[in-house]
Each structure stands twice: as structure tokens, then as C-alpha cells.
Design a protein around this ligand. Sequence first.
Ligand code: PRP
Length: 179
Amino acid sequence: MPTEKRNRPRVLIPESDLERRLDELARQIDADYADCPELVCVGVLKGSVFFLVELLRRLEVPVVMDFLQASSYGSGTTPGEVRIRKDLELSVRGKDVLLVEDIVDTGYTLRTILDLLRWRGARSVKLCALLDKASRREVEVPIDYLGFPIDDVFVVGYGLDYDEKYRNLPYVGVLEGDL
Ligand code: PRP
């Protein structure tokens, strides 16, 4: 069987379901921030990019957009250690911040970023995540706006990668078989 055929991800969340859920999330966020003069939307690179763009296109509340990038380290370092590799350019002091992420797994990355934004004096910080792999959680992370809970499967697409590939799939898929 040709490699690309064998490795084509199985559809887990089709594009139509993603679009419907994005519409719902945007309506909910608009309602919750109806009195907000400017919502600072922070995407966590790289996985959040597709979700962030599609979400922000649907929002009516005034937004500004910024990005940060974090990396967690595995063997040989402290478990759960997260480093900021690219920091924000905007100040969040006194601002309402919406952190936008593709997936919450162990929770270490989001826990660290949420704490950092609060420490920097954000007026409020909420989390919007497309996917929640709750069975993998090691530290508590409250998700204010959630797209879909998922099982512990390896997902790609809609921003999520395997070895930097598959991010541009228009759906969330599951990689099966030989990688
Ligand atoms: C993924 C995801 C989150 C983090 C979640 O990013 O986008 O940022 O892992 O994992 P955690 O809950 O266990 O901390 P990744 O490091 O794969 O980088 P990427 O977004 O560039 O793909």
C-alpha cells in the first residue's frame, strides 16, 4: 500500500462539526465579553494557529492578537518543566485575556502560561481549547470554553502535528498503523 494512503488519518472530528462548534463558541465568547473594550487573544504556537484564526474571524468583540511559544521538556529535566521560547509582544496588564490552544494534555503547558499571564497583571484570563484529553491530565487546568473532549488517541490536523506534518488538514484525524 502506498505510504501516503496508509498514513492518511482517519477522520475523528469532521470539518462541519468543527465549524458548527466554532460558531457556538464564538457566540458564547461574544456574549460573555459583551462589555469588554478589547479582548487580548493569545495563541500558543504552533498548534493553535488554525483554531485561533477561525475563532477570531467569528468574534464581534474587539480583539487584538498575540502569540507565545512554549516547550516542555521530557527525560533528563524536571517533569512538567515548561519554558517560554517566544514571548508576547503586547502587555497584558489590566487586560482581559483569552488564551487559545489546540489541545490540553497533561496540563503543564497551559498551567504555566495561565499562571504567567496572571502574574503579569492581566485583569482576567480565560482558556479556550479546541480539544481536551482529560484522561492524560497531571495538573488541574480549568477550560472555560471547550470544543471537544477526546479520548487518549494521537490526533493530528487543524493545527495539530505529527513531526510537523498534517497541521493543515481541515479536520481532526487519528493516525493509525505505521507512522
Ligand atoms: C502541544 C499543545 C499544547 C501542549 C499541551 O504543543 O499545542 O501547547 O502540547 O500539552 P500539555 O498539556 O501536556 O502541556 P506542542 O508542544 O506539541 O507544540 P506545537 O503546538 O508547536 O505542536
